[in-house]
Design a protein around this ligand. Structure first.
Ligand SMILES: Nc1ncnc2c1ncn2[C@@H]1O[C@H](COP(=O)(O)OP(=O)(O)O)[C@@H](O)[C@H]1O
Ligand SMILES: [Mg+2]
Length: 262
């Protein structure tokens, strides 16, 4: 089979609760509906992306932690799981991953462990989407060293907006030190609610501020309880309720992301 030109996109924001995991799950599913093959990599020890696909990993089953810490014994093909939906595979995590944080400190080339572990995935998928923990940890640095692109969900909330500055500084430092090819694909506004003034005003700021106006994507993810509900039952929203606002918004984001790669 012809090798695919794989786009590796990290979904990142150092703030928690801004829609990172929801974006990984639902953008991934929406891309698969657009006939793209997708690998989800769960790099958050909280494993919300794993659960969002309805996948349970037992204490013994191999996870991304094993791939990073012990790549010779745990190659990709032994860890990857098929989801219930065709075209979407997943590398699960569990709480073991929080241990990697400490254990990696002693390891040589500690920033590049994920990249090395993932080498065999290149060319096998159209998209690899990586979920990240809500902090600038060694795990996040591994993700930034591996990814080609970063997609930044920004909640339309004042605190989330002010966190962007910090994220941009981090990305700049990573570009200088470890991954000069890392690009920001864009900022996607999340939890948008046109009825609230704060949502509208943060949106205006994202559209006009020097730092964000060229990065802001046209697609907007509205606040929609169906998104939260679908995560709870372990199904991406486009499969759980295809006619919801949530499904509509993530389909639009998927098409925009595909278009950006052309
Ligand atoms: N557009 C949305 N509308 C309503 N709830 C959402 C939306 N996006 C995410 N959520 C819910 O909000 C919570 C935080 O989102 P999550 O994606 O887990 O954020 P993060 O990964 O950045 O911490 C989760 O319970 C999630 O299901
Ligand atoms: Mg998350």
């Amino acid at each position: 089979m012809a090798k695919k030109n794989t786009r590796i996109i990290a979904v990142a924001n150092e703030k928690g609760g801004v829609g990172k995991t929801a974006t990984v799950i639902n953008l991934g599913a929406a891309l698969s509906k657009e006939k793209k093959t997708v690998l989800i990599v769960d790099m958050d020890p909280q494993s919300a992306a794993t659960r969002g696909f309805g996948i349970e990993v037992s204490e013994e089953s191999p996870t991304i932690y094993d791939m990073i810490m012990n790549p010779d014994d745990y190659p990709l093909k032994n860890v990857v799981k098929e989801t219930k939906w065709p075209g979407i595979d997943l590398l699960p995590s569990n709480s073991d991953l929080s241990g990697a944080e400490v254990e990696l400190v002693e390891v040589e080339g500690r920033e590049n462990r994920l990249r090395e572990a993932m080498e065999n995935a290149n060319g096998c998928y159209d998209f690899i989407l990586v979920d990240t923990p809500p902090s600038l940890s060694l795990l996040t640095v591994n993700v930034f060293s591996y990814a080609g692109e970063i997609l930044v969900p920004c909640q339309t909330h004042p605190y989330a907006y002010s966190a962007l500055e910090e994220l941009f500084d981090t990305i700049e430092a990573v570009q200088e030190d470890i991954n000069p090819d890392l690009k920001i694909t864009g900022i996607v506004a999340t939890f948008y609610d046109h009825r609230t003034r704060v949502s509208r005003s943060i949106m205006d700021r994202l559209k006009t501020a020097e730092q964000t106006k060229d990065l802001l994507l046209d697609s907007v993810i509205r606040a929609n309880t169906t998104v939260a509900e679908s995560a709870f039952v372990g199904k991406p929203v486009v499969f759980y309720r295809g006619t919801s606002f949530g499904a509509e918004d993530y389909m639009s984001l998927a098409r925009e992301i595909i278009q950006k790669g052309k």
